[in-house]
Write a protein that binds this ligand. Sequence first.
Ligand code: HGY
Ligand code: MN
Ligand code: MN
Length: 444
Amino acid sequence: MAMQATTSFSKLLLSRLLHQYPAALDRDGVSGKRVAQRLAELSRIGLTKEQGSNRMSFSDEERAAKELVKVWMKEAGLSIYEDGAGNVFGTFQGNDQSQSVMSGSHLDSVPNGGHFDGPLGVLASLEVAQAWRETGYIPETNYEVVIFTDEEGARFNGGLTGSRAMAGEVDMSKQVKLTDYNGTFFEKVLEQHGLSLKNFSESKRSLDKIKAYVEVHIEQGKQLEQRNLSTGVVTGIAGPSWLTITFDGDAGHAGNTPMVGRKDPLVAAGEFVYRLKDIPGQVSSSGVATVGKLEVSPNGVNVIPGQVKLTADIRDIDEGLKDQIVEKTRALINEIEKKHEVKIDVQETLKVTPVKLSTTMQKLAAESTAHVTGEKAFHLPSGAGHDAMVMGRYVPTAMLFTNSKDGVSHNPKEWSSLEHCVETIHVLKHLLEKIDQTDRSELI
Ligand code: HGY
Ligand code: MN
Ligand code: MN
């Protein structure tokens, strides 16, 4: 996008963020203006014509965003390390360097996403480091600000790639077979991003030296807005199952092929999409199912399609209920395959177990929220997946949500006020300082 357009957009975003921002929130080294400037700066990288964000994983845009945040990490006096998966760690040296407290999120986006999903979490964690630097606070243990790579999974229909690689959860035999939307294999994409398959496969690190992990993220829902709260404490994170479903039929001439006897995969897929929406409600009140991508080939106006490939994103905060929704989805596919006389192949490209977050960490997060906001903390589940769900399987983990306007996300209209963002940053800072002064054994 032209430089001039990105400049004017980011100036507009900055002035909108600063509008009516209560300067009283600038205290203890935290600067709302700096957070706003950095959100605006990042918004320029991968800006779309609809003024959204397009930073695919392992793309030049994600790389540029990481390099920009590295500059800010240096300004905060952090030592910087990038692992083989492209995760970036900025470390604030503490008194005891044998262990770390970690906080961060991601900078990659969905296609034409918003400007807060991911960046807010990274900038919040960095702002705490900068505030400590400015106020002379030295943490007991090291403090690591992390940028996880490929959280969204938009490129390979996977997701949580960086955090899963760090945890040693990536099945390399499957990973190497993945191709992106250009048909480029994973290894080639890594190389284009300045990484290598060898280093990626060696990016596992022992997590027992990580005392705790805390992630700030926009809520991407309406519950905080409905209660006029800036910050919420996350209880658990729904685990997505992603299916790639391929319908194969008989391509043909649109004009000369009678309706009777057609094996049209798009008609079959259309019935699947329409009926899928009713399945979650048959199983659970917290279940969801979404078809977000659909490709028709050969995609000609006068051609009966030969193939349709679509994705289904199925979630629930309960593993058993999610599995039931997947099972019912597979049964629907079998029924449609017979009815439309097409061939349907189903591949599960992602299956993440829902995670319930530590009640001890939730209690600490609730205390910090109440201390900063003066309100009783509100606890809520996350329907969206996050790197915290990987970390929560290995280390004491907490997640703080920031109020999302109208609950909109994965959309250029995504918005959180600077006031809400900075109030959550104060909660994060208070929580990290409390964790810093708590023995790891008391966090479990
Ligand atoms: O898809 C999700 O739940 C998240 O935005 N990665
Ligand atoms: Mn997202
Ligand atoms: Mn996110």
